[in-house]
Design a protein around this ligand. Structure first.
Ligand SMILES: Cc1ncc(C[n+]2csc(CCOP(=O)(O)OP(=O)(O)O)c2C)c(N)n1
Length: 700
């Protein structure tokens, strides 16, 4: 080894030049996070140059190792390595860090910058993503190449994740770490940047636990790198991490934030903000660089760093050959693999879906379980589970093996390391982050389940799924106050609109089994972001509507389920979702006897409806009909947009109470009587006259 343990003297110079770039960038800009990137550069350079299997020419190569920067605020740490590896970032891109429209936004954004595996920044999410990626790898391997020895399959790769103190303090990392250790996930390496500093300074003000002992207790193998400046020490740590089998590895990398900044280094001031021109000049002197030179990276050094591309291309070519060999020997699996890569569905998959007959009454959570059962048989890419509510959420699919290591299986839960039924434990937040990791890195279709009320426990991850447009499915059951006896702590009220309020999020609240089927058809055929299914605990009657009308209508978000028979426009439109569609139908009958010609629109998905043509939307909700009533067992936040200023919103505006579902609904005002009264009020406003019912005739 030459200079300070580097294989080539140029590496030492690359690192010296690279690690001061964040200082120059943040100083010039006046804001940003420099210090962590400065101290992490040697270790990350070793990782990207010598350990990470990657091909900068193809950032979607399946065989690549994944690198997740959970500590997203130190995006410059990652951008530097992408720049040095030749992913397409150049020095101007680094200088434009955080600028509007740049390739180097404040936090790494998936789909925006080549080489970024997942969007991070909300601390801890990346760790759960990395756990999900390790699970996805295992599932893909079990599905496609189960018998290959470890490390020999084209579906083997490693997941590396870098986290700071912040990530490790966040609850999601505790949840995800515990689950990963329990599952004994291999080839998952978490590097902790142990610099004892967060924004408020010394971590001692907020934490005093023995972090590695905690991770050891979760079942992670612990490796320590005491000197983050010494390439040999870094290599020794990474070698030990890579060699470990039988579970995930936690690497404690001891750093001094901002090193070698003489004054700011090691303090909270290094975390973000401009360090000052003098401090930067002194740092450059310490590193043997010209203090007058800014944004320096000599071309021959960059060229040297970018030879990693040759090594990446060679690894990729070798992998291609291995994949080809696997294809020859596994034609059936190869066909499945090709289908997944194309994002296609197998012929005849629709035939498996259940048909629900009018007259049949069942909860949509039960209908959904029947759909899952049917799809599971045909679609091996579909997998998921619940946060300990499998039975009541309806995710216990008969014959499905659990995703469990041998020691954790039982007669009740037969399983295998790459099984399909996931047991997240009572860890909703990790579940959300893990689903994102699975979805962002594999062509499989994951789902996770809990009560709708506890979607709040996973909301930060749901938001990121929407931001990344990941086709994750959430099975959220017990979707209203009608769940009854568990009372207000469990009864969702604001949740439906809170979820609809997330940009890119789709919420479907089916009225019956056939609408549930239709929701799955649309999700599977047109994946474009996360979809939450809000499903009832209580039985709901199957709508007496032609099944094809239900399938088409649900796919369009809203449709007419019952109309007045007389031709022309109705007097009034009742718009309802989920369990309230049958309530609206009853109200329509009542209104009919009073001479009001009402239409009932089932609106299982307002997001899909909003994307329909104006013509379709006007056909369902005619603009001429101002008398409108929405009926939904949640608060009314956004319904005014659909019912207009003459409309009425029948909703739940307060917490529920404990009691039978019927009693709670009645107390909340979700009754035929209230809907009818609201209809009359709306008709009155719309017609501008007191609304009365002419004897035996039409309302006027
Ligand atoms: C969920 C969440 N809460 C708060 C923040 C704001 N924040 C960004 S970085 C940071 C401190 C992180 O400390 P550490 O992980 O030690 O990073 P370092 O100081 O070493 O860069 C905080 C609180 C965030 N990004 N995400």
């Amino acid at each position: 080894m030459t200079q300070q343990g580097w294989a080539d003297a140029r590496d030492a110079l690359v690192v010296a030049h690279a690690r001061v770039l964040p200082l120059d960038i943040v100083q010039a800009k006046g804001n940003g996070h420099a210090g962590t990137a400065v101290s992490l550069t040697p270790a990350l350079y070793v990782l990207f140059q010598e350990y990470l299997r990657h091909d900068p020419a193809d950032d979607r190569w399946w065989g690549r190792d994944r690198f997740v920067l959970s500590a997203g605020h130190t995006s410059l740490s990652l951008y530097l390595q992408l720049y040095l590896s030749g992913y397409g970032l150049e020095i101007e891109d680094l200088r434009a860090a955080r600028a509007f429209g740049s390739l180097t936004p404040g936090h790494p954004e998936f789909g925006h910058t080549r080489g970024v595996e997942t969007s991070t920044g909300p601390l801890g999410q990346g760790i759960a993503n990395a756990v999900g990626m390790a699970m996805a790898r295992q599932r893909m391997r079990t599905m496609l190449d189960p018998h290959a020895p470890a490390g020999q399959s084209p579906f083997d790769h490693r997941i590396w994740c870098l986290a700071g103190d912040g990530c490790l303090q966040e609850g999601i990392s505790h949840e995800a770490g515990a689950l990963a250790g329990h599952l004994k996930l291999e080839d998952l390496i978490l590097i902790w940047d142990d610099n004892e500093v967060t924004i408020e300074g010394d971590t001692a003000i907020a934490t005093s636990e023995d972090v590695p002992a905690r991770w050891a207790a979760y079942g992670w193998h612990i490796v320590t790198i005491d000197d983050a400046e010494d390439p040999d020490a870094i290599r020794a740590g990474f070698d030990a991490a890579v060699a470990h089998r039988g579970g995930p590895v936690f690497v404690r990398l001891r750093t001094r934030i901002g090193h070698p900044m003489p004054t700011v280094g090691g303090t909270g001031a290094a975390h973000s903000g401009a360090p000052g021109a003098d401090e930067i000049a002194r740092t450059k002197q310490i590193l043997g660089l010209d203090p007058e030179e800014w944004f320096a990276m000599p071309a021959e050094l960059l060229e040297h760093a970018r030879t990693v591309r040759r090594r990446g291309a060679a690894a990729h070519a070798e992998w291609d050959e291995r994949l080809e060999g696997w294809r020859q020997q596994n034609p059936a699996a190869a066909e499945l693999h090709a289908r997944l890569e194309r994002g296609a569905l197998p012929d005849g998959w629709l035939d498996a879906l259940p048909v629900f007959a009018p007259g049949e009454a069942l909860a949509t959570r039960i209908a959904n379980a029947r759909v899952l059962e049917a799809l599971t048989e045909r679609l091996p890419e579909l997998w998921g589970g619940s946060a300990d509510l499998a039975e009541t959420n309806g995710t216990m699919v008969a014959g499905m093996e659990s995703f469990l290591p041998p020691y954790a299986t039982s007669e009740e839960w037969p399983g295998a390391p790459g099984g399909r039924m996931l047991h997240f434990g009572i860890r909703e937040h990790a579940m959300g982050g893990i689903l994102n990791g699975i979805s962002v890195t594999s062509p499989t279709r994951p789902y996770g389940a809990t009560f709708l009320c506890f979607s709040d426990y996973m909301r930060p991850s749901v938001r990121l799924a929407a931001l990344m447009k990941l086709p994750v499915t959430y099975i959220w059951t017990h979707d209203s106050v009608a769940l009854g006896e568990d009372g207000p702590t469990h009864q969702p009220v604001e949740h439906l609109w809170a979820l609809r309020g997330i940009p890119g999020m789709t919420l479907v609240r089916p009225a019956d089994g056939n609408e549930t089927v239709a929701a799955w058809i649309r999700m599977m055929t047109r994946p474009d972001g996360p979809v939450g299914l809000a499903l009832s605990r209580q039985a709901l009657p199957t709508l007496d509507v032609d099944r094809q009308v239900v399938l088409d209508g649900t796919g369009r978000g809203a449709y007419v389920v019952a109309d007045h028979g007389g031709g022309g426009l109705p007097d009034l439109v009742l718009i309802a979702t989920g369990s309230e569609v049958s309530l609206a139908l009853q109200a329509r009958e009542e209104l009919g006897t009073a001479g009001v010609r009402a239409r009932v629109v089932s609106a299982p998905c307002l997001e899909w409806f909003d994307h329909e043509s104006e013509e379709y939307r006007d056909a369902v909700l005619p603009p001429e009909v101002a008398a409108r009533v929405s009926v939904e067992a949640g608060n009314g936040v956004g319904w005014h947009r659909y019912v207009g200023s003459h409309g009425e919103v029948v909703s739940v505006e307060d917490f529920g109470v404990s009691g039978s579902g019927a009693a709670v609904l009645a107390a909340a005002g979700l009754t035929v009587e209230h809907v009818v009264a609201a209809a009359h009020r709306s008709l009155e406003r719309a017609t501008g006259q007191r609304h009365r019912v002419a004897a035996g005739g039409r309302a006027g």
